[in-house]
Design a protein around this ligand. Sequence first.
Ligand code: DAH
Length: 342
Amino acid sequence: MMEEKLRQLREASLQAIRDAGALDALDAVRVKYLGKKGELTAVLKQMGGLSAEERPKMGQLANAIREELTAALEDGKRRLSEKALEMRLAAEREDVTIPGKPVTLGRPHPLNRVISEFSEIAIGMGFTIAEGPEVELSSYNFDKLNTPDGHPARDRQDTFYFTDDDSVLLRTQTSPVQIHVMENYPLPIRIIAPGRVYRKDEVDATHSPMFHQIEGLVIDEGITFGDLKGTLNELVHRLYGSDLKTRFRPHHFPFTEPSCEMDVECFKCHGAGCPVCKGEGWVELLGGGMVHPKVLEGCGIDTEKYSGFAFGFGSDRLAMFRFNISDLRLLFENDVRFLEQF
Ligand code: DAH
């Protein structure tokens, strides 16, 4: 009996819809009953064999079942979509009560802080910042700085050379920047040049094969040694406070005449004498002097009219002094436990 078959089919399909636990299972139910080769479709194909009286009745019944099934499928789809969404939300739920991961903020390295502070002060005094290459020609690092072949400063034991003829090297000082500036810029000149320098030194508390200097150069008419002393005292006082004692000692550098070194009162013992200053009460901060006429002339500067002074600070010393650091290695090991104190 067709009617019987239709009713069974209705029961079975509605049950299957209720049982479907997921959207794909539900769609499989739709295909099984309503699809082109589905069970309801198959029953309808047998309608031709019915009597004229039964056909419309069965047709009506079949249509009603199709509509009921379609509605039940829609319903099931809605229910399962909601369920799927709820499951996703549950799976992706954020626990807003978990404490956040702290973001560690970086900060400038103490050495860079001192270099920036120094640069700011120098800019305020009328200097501009110059730069030069770290891979340098020997002629700039030595010859043009009145340091001829055979001079002990050129020793292969102290200098990193790149070539067998010793013509290219890692600069051993920032002083070659003086030459680049004098060759390329008009007078008067007032520059500082912070940068890295390299020497074949064994690492210890005060030595490193790479360290830092800040070069200074002033060339103008009528510049005297008094300008050198006044400028350096002013720089150091603005950096460390005006009560810091300084002293100038005669020294020798090939590219300055006369030459000096400047000491400041020891930052550890304030003059009493301690291991940092080796009992002296003073620590050396820089070399300087009046630029040697040979150096000026080599750069085409008229020494009848112009004179100038130059100086070279040890930047690492400045930082150690500024932050009371007694071992140079701490500046380069980049241990955050050390660096985060500044
Ligand atoms: N370049 C020297 C050094 O590395 C430091 C220095 C001394 C720089 C005298 C100067 C200067 O400009 O005039 O030891």
